[in-house]
Design a protein around this ligand. Structure first.
Ligand SMILES: Cc1cc2nc3c(=O)[nH]c(=O)nc-3n(C[C@H](O)[C@H](O)[C@H](O)COP(=O)(O)O)c2cc1C
Length: 182
């Protein structure tokens, strides 16, 4: 299987990065090919609403997101990772989401092949996991619309320090095991 990880935090050694990488490590141990996309290191713009993608099989913008969008087509599993910034996913991650508009055809039917597995990884400063439940639930709607099968989710709380995930042995083991069973 081809498994890709999307890291929506600009902190390259932060919690989202640590957990997404750990899921990918587990997947690699299970014999899958893996690749991580670090949105904080990529240069890309948001959807321009030009509708070019409604008559072409691609986005008009040719930037660092182009390769990831191509890879989304063939990936068998995607690990979606984002921190919570101001009651939402990070702008890096939300801008990535908007670019998924290219996978809706002229009649708004989904053009992304269905049946891909999805894992959702989030990290937040707030210790209460339910504080942003609405964000997770809304993202589930997107996954459902695009035909993903969500296999698991990991939510790190009280994660203001970038090493919170690394110090949480149980969560790290859970992340590795999710990757292994993809
Ligand atoms: C700009 C910004 C906004 C944030 N907003 C929130 C917030 O609304 N709620 C919250 O619980 N944590 C918030 N945080 C804290 C992050 O979600 C938290 O530190 C998270 O663990 C970061 O993930 P990372 O380690 O992968 O970068 C914010 C952090 C930043 C930098």
């Amino acid at each position: 299987m081809n498994v890709i990880g999307i890291i929506g935090s600009p902190r390259q050694n932060g919690n989202v990065s640590t957990l997404v990488d750990e899921v990918l490590k587990g997947a690699a141990e299970a014999g899958h090919s893996t690749k991580a996309y670090r949105l904080g290191e990529m240069k890309y713009a948001g959807c321009q609403a030009c509708m070019y993608c409604k008559s072409h099989d691609k986005c008009r913008q040719d930037d660092d997101m182009s390769k990831l969008m191509e890879e989304m087509k063939t990936a068998d599993a995607v690990v979606f990772g984002s921190p919570i910034y101001y009651w939402q996913f990070s702008s890096q991650f939300r801008t990535f989401i908007d670019r998924l508009y290219m996978f809706l055809g002229q009649d708004f039917s989904v053009t992304l092949p269905a049946g891909k597995k999805a894992v959702v990884v989030t990290s937040q400063g707030n210790p209460d996991v339910d504080s942003f439940r609405n964000v997770f639930t809304d993202f589930n709607k997107l996954l459902e619309m695009y035909g993903f099968e969500k296999v698991d989710e990991l939510h790190l709380t009280a994660g203001n320090s970038p090493s919170t995930a690394k110090e949480n042995k149980e969560l790290m083991e859970q992340a590795r095991s999710i990757g292994k069973t993809l």
